[in-house]
Design a protein around this ligand. Structure first.
Ligand code: BG6
Length: 524
C-alpha cells in the first residue's frame, strides 16, 4: 500500500526558501577533506539554487601555501566531484571569482595579521555587508587557538552591531564533559552564545527535520506519543564501512563519542521532547535540553547493565575482507575503543517513564541505515486467532522514521489477506521522500550553512544542550574506565567482546533486549 501526497500545494502557495544576505565566509582548514567534500560543494549548490547571493565571498585559510588561483583549482575538484547541481563552466567561473586564500598557522599572530589585512581588503571591494562567518573545519585541537587569534586580531565584532560575526564549530565539541565545558568557556570569552553555531550534521538532514513536522503538524500522532501507547523505541545508525583511513582519530574517540553523544542523542531529543511553544531557536532548544536532562544518569557500576560495547573482528563486508579493528592502521593492538555500542536508555519523565529507548550504532555492520522505530503496544485483546500467523507480527504497530537511505516514514499495520479465511498480514502505509517530492533531499550542509548565514540557530546545539549530552555520556565513559581499572587490578587487561565484520553486532546486544523480551529490528 503506497500513499502519495494527498493534495499538493499549488506552486504559488508554497513557502519560498529564504534568500540570504551577503557575507564573507572564512574557512579554517580550507585545504582539508571537509572543506573539499562538503563545504565548498554546499556553497556552490546554494549559489546555483539562488539561496546565497551570486557574489558570495569565500576566503580559505590553512597552513598549506596556495595562491588564490591554486586554491580555486583545488576547490574546483571538490565542487566538480561532490556538488549535486550540474557543474557548468560559466557558473563555476562566476563562483570562483569570489574565492580567495590566505596561508597561515592556527596559532600564528603573523598569519592572522595577514588574514585581517585580507578581510579588510575584501570588504573594500566585495559586497559582503561586512558580515563575517568563521568556520572551524580544523582539527579540534586548534579550536581554542583560532578563536583566541580571531579575538586578538580584532576580527570579532560584538553581537548587536549592524553587521554580524558568527562562528561555526564542527564536531567533536570536546571529548567529555570537562573538555566541552572548557571549550565553551573559552569560546564564550570571545563570542556571545548567539554568535556560536555548533554543527551536528544530522540536524541538517531533511528527515530529521521532518520529525518535528511529523509530530507537531499532524494532530493524530501526539495523543499516542507517550508511555500509554508506546512500548519502546529503537534507534539504529549502522555503517557498512570500517574505520578506513581514520583509525588514528577513531581510536581516541569510539562509537559512543563519535555517534551517540551527538547524532543519536539529538535524535532521541527530537523524538522525546515536549511540544515547543514556537518553532524558533530558543523554544525548540529549551525543550530538547529538558528531554536530555530527563535521560537517566548512570552510576559507573550500573553502566554494564545498560550498555554493550564491542569491536569488529575480521569478516566480509560487501564481499570484501575487512581486518579486525585492532589490526587497522592507526589503531593500538590492545585498543579497548568500541566500534559498536548499544544503550538501553531510560527517560525519567511523565511522558516516557518505563519506555526504553534502545540505541545501537556501529561500524562494519551489514549495511548503512539510520532509522527510528517506534513500537506501539499490542492491541489489548486479539480477536483473530494467531495460529494462522505469527502473533508477534500481527499485533504490533511500528512507526518507522527512515533517515537514510530511502528517506521516508511508514507505519506497519495489520490487514486481512484477500480470500475466504481471516488471515492477517502486516502491511506498510508509507511516505517516501523520493516518490512524494520527486527529488532526493539535499546534503545536510546546504541547509546548515544557509541557516548560519540567515542567523537561524534552531538546528544547532546550544551550550547547555551539548553539556548535558556530554554529562550523560561522560558517566558512561567513567563506568567503562572503572571496568578497565578493575580488570587491570586483577591482572587481566580488558578485551572487548567482538562481532564479525558484516554481522549485526555482538550477542551481548541481543541479550540486552532479550532480558525484556524484545529483539532488534531485523528487516531494516
Ligand atoms: C560522523 C562520524 O559524524 O558521522 C563518522 O564522525 C560517521 O564516523 C558519520 O561515519 C556518519 O554520517 P552519515 O551522515 O553518513 O550518517
Amino acid at each position: 500500500m503506497l500513499y502519495s501526497p494527498v493534495v499538493e500545494a499549488a506552486p504559488d502557495e508554497r513557502p519560498r526558501p529564504k534568500m540570504s544576505g551577503p557575507a564573507l565566509m572564512v574557512i579554517f582548514g580550507a585545504s582539508g577533506d571537509l572543506a573539499q567534500r562538503k563545504l565548498l560543494p554546499a556553497l556552490y549548490n546554494l549559489v546555483q539554487k539562488g539561496l546565497l547571493p551570486a557574489d558570495f565571498t569565500i576566503l580559505g585559510y590553512s597552513r598549506t601555501p596556495y595562491s588564490d588561483d591554486e586554491f580555486r583549482e583545488l576547490a574546483r575538484h571538490g565542487v566538480e566531484k561532490h556538488a549535486d547541481v550540474e557543474f557548468q563552466e560559466s557558473a563555476w567561473a562566476a563562483f570562483a571569482q569570489g574565492i580567495f586564500y590566505v596561508a597561515g598557522g592556527y596559532d600564528d599572530p603573523a598569519g592572522f595579521a595577514r588574514l585581517q589585512a585580507r578581510i579588510t581588503e575584501l570588504e573594500g571591494f566585495r559586497p559582503t555587508g561586512k558580515n563575517r562567518l568563521f568556520y572551524l573545519s580544523t582539527p579540534p585541537s586548534v579550536y581554542e587557538a583560532v578563536a583566541t587569534q580571531l579575538g586578538q586580531a580584532d576580527l570579532v565584532r560584538p553581537a548587536g552591531e549592524s553587521c554580524w560575526t558568527r562562528l561555526v564549530v564542527e564536531k567533536p565539541f570536546g571529548r567529555d564533559l570537562a573538555s566541552a565545558h572548557a571549550l565553551n568557556d573559552h569560546l564564550l570569552r570571545i563570542f556571545d552564545e548567539d554568535q556560536i553555531y555548533r554543527i551536528d550534521h544530522y540536524l541538517g538532514k531533511e528527515t530529521v527535520q521532518n520529525i518535528l513536522v511529523f509530530r507537531f503538524a499532524n494532530g493524530i500522532f501526539e495523543p499516542v506519543w507517550n508511555r500509554n501507547y508506546v512500548e519502546h523505541v529503537q534507534i539504529t545508525v549502522s555503517e557498512s564501512i570500517g574505520v578506513e583511513q581514520r583509525g588514528g582519530y577513531y581510536d581516541k574517540s569510539g562509537a559512543l563519542r563519535d555517534m551517540v553523544q551527538n547524532h543519536m542523542l539529538q535524535l532521541v531529543s527530537l523524538i522525546g521532547m515536549e511540544p515547543p511553544v514556537a518553532f524558533d531557536a530558543k523554544a525548540v532548544r529549551d525543550q530538547k535540553v529538558n528531554l536530555l536532562r530527563s535521560i537517566r544518569p548512570l552510576a559507573p557500576q550500573e553502566v554494564g547493565n545498560y550498555l554493550v560495547r564491542a569491536q569488529y573482528a575480521p569478516g566480509l563486508l560487501n564481499g570484501d575482507a575487512l581486518p579486525a579493528y585492532t589490526d587497522e592502521e592507526g589503531v593500538a593492538a590492545d585498543s579497548t575503543t568500541e566500534t559498536y555500542v548499544a544503550w538501553k536508555l531510560e527517560i525519567d519523565n511523565w511522558r516516557w517513564n518505563g519506555v526504553p529507548f534502545y540505541l545501537r550504532t556501529g561500524k562494519a555492520l551489514p549495511y548503512k541505515v539510520s532509522e527510528i522505530a517506534i513500537y506501539f503496544r499490542r492491541a489489548p485483546h486479539m480477536l483473530f486467532s494467531a495460529s494462522n500467523h505469527d502473533a508477534e507480527h500481527i499485533s504490533r504497530n511500528v512507526l518507522l522514521i527512515r533517515i537514510q537511505p530511502d528517506e521516508g516514514i511508514s507505519l506497519k499495520i495489520s490487514a486481512k489477506q484477500p480470500g475466504p479465511a481471516v488471515k492477517l498480514q502486516p502491511v506498510n502505509m508509507a511516505f517516501h521522500y523520493g516518490s512524494s517530492f520527486g527529488s532526493t533531499p539535499p546534503d545536510a550542509y546546504q541547509r546548515l550553512l544557509l541557516d548560519v548565514v540567515l542567523g537561524d540557530g534552531t538546528l544547532f546545539t546550544r551550550r547547555d544542550e551539548v553539556e548535558v549530552a556530554w554529562d550523560r555520556v561522560s558517566r558512561v565513559l567513567d563506568g567503562w574506565q572503572m571496568q578497565e581499572a578493575e580488570a587491570r587490578a586483577q591482572g587481566a587487561p580488558l578485551r572487548l567482546p567482538s562481532y564479525p565484520a558484516g554481522s549485526w553486532g555482538p550477542d551481548a546486544a541481543d541479550h540486552l533486549l532479550a532480558q525484556e523480551d524484545q529483539i532488534w529490528r531485523r528487516d531494516l
